[in-house]
Design a binder for this molecule. Structure first.
Ligand code: HEC
Ligand code: HEC
Ligand code: HEC
Ligand code: HEC
Length: 135
């Protein structure tokens, strides 16, 4: 009896650890420091610095879907997110070319910076040579 009870307790503890581990993994953000979408075959501008986690903490954005969104019939689906997908997976089609993808990035990044009156809005502030040369 006694040992079975101990086993159950140990299993419960292991399950809890597994659960915590899963939660931590799910909520671990991207550890990227630059945006380098693979949708751009070649870049004409220096890459953009984007300290993913630090940026979102400073900007106080806790909802991943603010950027990693999901749309259906033109409507944003609340409570759904596209974490794990690159923006180009949806914003780059054969017909649209990289222009659409560029516009998607600019619209997302700059719109919020303008709204919040915080964060860079000029080309060279984001596409800074300090980050890395164009490649
Ligand atoms: C301010 C916008 C923004 C927010 C908010 C945001 N992300 Fe991201 N995230 C990005 C961008 C931009 C990329 C790079 C996308 C690409 O390469 O197509 C990215 C990439 C990622 C990646 C892949 C890169 C890597 O390091 O593996 C993961 C994972 C990720 N984000 C998770 C999250 C999670 C989880 C949250 C919420 C807790 C979150 N993001 C919130 C903008 C954001
Ligand atoms: C799962 C597919 C998908 C992913 C991944 C995705 N989007 Fe979108 N996005 C859409 C759809 C669909 C729309 C609405 C129709 C449209 O305008 O193209 C949209 C709309 C937008 C808009 C206009 C509306 C708004 O919210 O301001 C911007 C800007 C945008 N996306 C940028 C991005 C960026 C930047 C990323 C990567 C961080 C991203 N999207 C990831 C599918 C996606
Ligand atoms: C929903 C709002 C929002 C979105 C979307 C957003 N930002 Fe920001 N960003 C902010 C705010 C707010 C700040 C100012 C944070 C502070 O320093 O207090 C900021 C600051 C920055 C800075 C200054 C350095 C830093 O990390 O604080 C950079 C660079 C930046 N953003 C890049 C980007 C890029 C690139 C994107 C698009 C992939 C993006 N941001 C999308 C809100 C946003
Ligand atoms: C708020 C930050 C921000 C500002 C301001 C900004 N960009 Fe971008 N831009 C981005 C991000 C993020 C991408 C996607 C970068 C990637 O994946 O390499 C991008 C992509 C591009 C691309 C396509 C990739 C390449 O290098 O050819 C071009 C061209 C570009 N931007 C030009 C400009 C110009 C011109 C301006 C000023 C009118 C500007 N950008 C302002 C963030 C910004």
């Amino acid at each position: 009896m006694q040992s079975r009870h101990k086993t159950a307790a140990r299993l419960a503890r292991l399950a809890l650890i597994a659960l915590l581990f899963t939660v931590a993994t799910v909520f671990a953000q991207g550890d990227i420091t630059t945006v380098e979408d693979s949708g751009f075959e070649k870049r004409t501008r220096p890459v953009v610095a984007f300290e993913h986690d630090a940026h979102n903490q400073k900007a106080e954005i806790y909802d991943c879907a603010v950027c990693h969104h999901v749309y259906e019939n033109g409507e944003k689906r609340e409570g759904q997110m596209s974490v794990g997908m690159e923006c180009s997976e949806c914003h780059l089609s054969e017909n649209s070319g990289p222009m659409e993808l560029t516009r998607a990035y600019h619209r997302m990044c700059k719109t919020c910076h303008l709204e919040k009156n915080a964060g860079p809005v000029q080309c060279a502030q984001c596409h800074s040579r300090q980050n890395a040369p164009a490649k």
